[in-house]
Write a protein that binds this ligand. Structure first.
Ligand SMILES: N[C@@H](CCC(=O)N[C@@H](CS)C(=O)NCC(=O)O)C(=O)O
Length: 206
């Protein structure tokens, strides 16, 4: 299997961390987004949306990080993606929430407070920061309450749900995410940060 990836990307990190955690054999192919390699005709043939990550398993091509995680975790029996349908539905619900609500509550803060400075694209837009901060607090309050009595999101054991939701916090420190009032999120994320797969996929400039 080949994983087309961009190491600084939180979406890449989800798929890459699962592959490492499960010790799956795979090759890495760098797609450098800073050089525009996602817009080459060769890459657009793999993913017409021009985004990473992409998985290639012989002639089977898969894009969208959540689908890739589930496909990778279906290769071998494991507790990240257990067989029973209720666990799978519960994991998918957290992965859906992450893509639809959590990442959009985190990504603009990452971009305004960190990426813009890094790439010298100007100052953070205070209106975007304020609007996103309100959304962040709404979603973080729910997550913090949920994690108050749990070590992990589903079945109280590490699953794909944790990798998905944690990925959005990859740039929490340089992105100045307002996590001070959310101790249970911080404790849970510290637990994820202990994992070798998370450490091996830490972005170069996080
Ligand atoms: N929903 C997609 C999002 C993928 C995505 O937005 N990837 C970003 C990097 S985090 C990307 O490749 N962006 C390139 C571009 O938009 O030009 C997924 O979960 O895989």
């Amino acid at each position: 299997m080949k994983l087309y990836y961009f190491p600084p990307s939180p979406n890449t990190r989800k798929a890459h961390a699962v592959a490492i955690h499960l010790e799956l054999p795979f090759d890495l192919r760098l797609i450098d987004l800073e050089k525009g390699e996602q817009r080459t005709p060769e890459f657009l043939k793999l993913n017409p949306t021009g985004r990473t990550p992409v998985l290639q398993d012989e002639d089977f091509i898969l894009w969208e990080s959540t689908a890739i995680m589930q496909y990778l975790a279906s290769q071998v029996p494991n507790s990240l993606w257990p067989e029973d349908i209720k666990s799978r539905a519960d994991i998918t619900h957290w992965q859906s929430w992450e893509l639809t609500h959590w990442m959009p509550a985190c990504q603009p803060l990452q971009y305004e407070n960190f990426v813009k400075q890094l790439l010298q694209l100007g100052d953070a837009d205070p209106q975007v920061v304020q609007r996103t901060t309100e959304i962040f607090h709404k979603e973080a309050t729910m997550l913090n309450t949920y994690l108050a009595e749990r070590e992990f999101l589903v079945n109280n054991t590490l699953t794909l749900a944790d990798f998905s939701v944690a990925s959005a916090l990859t740039y929490a420190v340089p992105g100045r995410f307002p996590l001070d009032n959310y101790p249970h999120i911080r404790t849970w994320y510290a637990r994820i940060e202990q994992l070798p797969a998370w450490q091996k996929t830490a972005p170069p400039r996080g």
